[in-house]
Design a protein around this ligand. Structure first.
Ligand SMILES: [Zn+2]
Length: 279
């Protein structure tokens, strides 16, 4: 299938050459292997000839990165050690919504945010943007920040670096073309960062953002009260709040809990003089 001019432009940005998808993936994989070898050289002062040792090193590195992601879920730790990644270096609190845009829920969330005069960040899925292009454009037109959550909602730890890179590039391309914005923020599905996530984000000029507080609004048992109390318990004075504007990857109907909690959350922030900021 012929590539669009925009996709070609992204591939060129990554590889420095006009490449097909398959050769782009091979090129990226080669770049990652070269970087790993360079990293090993710096670390051990010797060249790694053995493919097995390179794989071992990559695995250890990926495990380390994965551990960083897990650590980010321990909120007190994340606030001290992962300020930039979690958004806790902000002067107020940022509201973020993942997995949309969804025709069933996103318009209601936009309405609540509009009524409160608040802007949020929407980490969109490429395949949801393809399904609801006008809604994606509307989110951007209303002044909200757009980030990418991937094209498909799949855990990066189980995907190869080249697949992750292709997924992010495809999502970035679709989201930028549809919304008319330049996307610089990304949040991988489940907040899981693999070595592929790191390299893909770097090549595409994306900054990774996780969160400092979540409402666990994806659960079947979630309700507006539980979402609000989970958020407050984890801290909403500053940092980054994770919510969802779609149930496409979680329990069906769970996003009603998000919508039910959102007005109360905004009221809580106002009563406590907590500023809502962009990421
Ligand atoms: Zn998600």
């Amino acid at each position: 299938m012929p590539k669009s001019p925009r996709t070609t432009s992204l591939a060129e940005k990554i590889s420095g050459r006009n490449l097909t998808d398959a050769s782009f993936s091979r090129k990226l994989e080669a770049q990652i292997a070269a970087k790993a070898d360079d990293f090993a050289n710096k670390l051990f002062g010797m060249s790694l000839q053995s493919k097995g040792r390179v794989i071992l090193l990559l695995s250890a590195f990926a495990f380390g990165i994965q551990s960083a992601s897990a650590i980010s879920w321990f909120f007190p730790v994340s606030k001290f050690f992962l300020r930039r990644l979690t958004g806790s270096n902000t002067t107020g609190v940022a509201l973020t919504f993942d997995d949309g845009p969804d025709i069933a829920f996103t318009p209601k969330i936009l309405e609540i945010l509009d009524n409160a005069g608040i802007n949020a960040t929407f980490f969109m899925l490429g395949e949801m943007v393809e399904r609801n292009p006008e809604l994606a454009r509307e989110v951007a037109d209303r002044g909200h920040q757009i980030g990418i959550h991937g094209y498909e909602h799949r855990n990066h730890i189980f995907r190869s670096p080249r697949t992750v890179a292709y997924d992010f590039a495809k999502a970035k391309d679709i989201i930028e073309k549809t919304t008319g914005t330049t996307v610089t923020l990304a949040r991988p599905p489940y907040g899981v960062i693999s070595i592929g996530t790191i390299f893909a984000a770097r090549k595409l000029g994306l900054s990774l953002r996780l969160w400092t507080s979540w409402g666990r609004d994806w659960r079947k048992r979630a309700n507006p009260q539980s979402v609000l109390s989970d958020l407050v318990r984890h801290g909403v004075d500053k940092g980054c709040i994770l919510l969802h504007d779609s149930d496409c990857t979680s329990s069906p109907g769970s996003t009603w809990s998000t919508i039910g909690a959102l007005s109360s959350l905004i009221e809580y922030l106002a009563q406590n003089d907590i500023k809502v900021v962009k990421l």
